[in-house]
Ligand binder design. Structure first.
Ligand code: GRF
Length: 203
């Protein structure tokens, strides 16, 4: 049994797909939605799907224990980043080793890294004349977009595509593959032990 927390900053269409995919699953469940954006539509989706949510500001996220306390209370085993735009702090990387999964809307290692998010990714792919793009589902480490890749899927970039056209093609791939990739990863994962001490310099 794994409990999942989803971090999201925006619309949350992936978060919704993941919640729906696991609802009624006896093994795994989405227990919590966390966001840095009080106006994010993902909060509305969470409410409609009866998943508790929590909004934090920068200070709370980077300098306080509140987020960690919430994750512990909900006995979260794995964190899913579904359109989450802030860098994940060390204390979460240390507490959730190999247990933070991100989705990136391009074929890493290309078109990743600092500043590469949302429409910028698709603009860059089109500007460089690529014939294909896709999705990458990967674990995260200290550097964004660099951890072990769990899954990739490709789609074409068509002549005349706008960034929005490409984004919607990529969203379809994400919705199709993100929940099941999480599910497969969970099959080989036991519950998280919170007993490990977090070094104080990581908090
Ligand atoms: C997705 O394209 C994801 O790859 C990226 O942010 C977008 C989030 O979309 N990291 P949504 O909020 O799930 O609709």
């Amino acid at each position: 049994m794994s409990n999942i927390a989803i971090f999201a900053s925006g619309s949350g269409s992936n978060a919704e797909q993941i919640i729906r995919y696991f609802s009624g699953n006896p093994e795994h469940a989405v227990k919590l939605i966390l966001s840095n954006n009080a106006n994010a539509y993902v909060l509305e989706r969470a409410k409609n799907l009866s998943v508790p949510s929590f909004v934090f500001d920068r200070q709370t996220f980077y300098n306080a224990h509140k987020v960690l306390d919430l994750l512990r209370e909900a006995e979260i085993d794995i964190i899913v980043l579904a359109g989450f735009l802030w860098l994940v702090p060390d204390y979460l990387l240390v507490t959730f080793p190999q247990r933070i999964i991100n989705i990136h809307p391009a074929l890493l290692p290309e078109f990743g890294g600092k500043g590469m998010y949302g429409a910028r990714v698709h603009e860059a792919v089109i500007r460089e004349g690529r014939k294909k793009s896709g999705i990458t589902i990967h674990l995260i480490d200290e550097e964004y977009d660099r951890g072990n890749i769990l899954f990739q899927a490709e789609c074409p970039v068509l002549p005349g595509d706008t960034p929005d056209d490409l984004a919607s093609r990529i969203h379809q791939l994400e919705h199709r593959y993100f929940p099941e990739t999480i599910n497969s990863y969970l099959e080989n994962l036991g519950p998280l032990s919170y007993s490990a001490q977090i070094p104080t310099d990581k908090i």
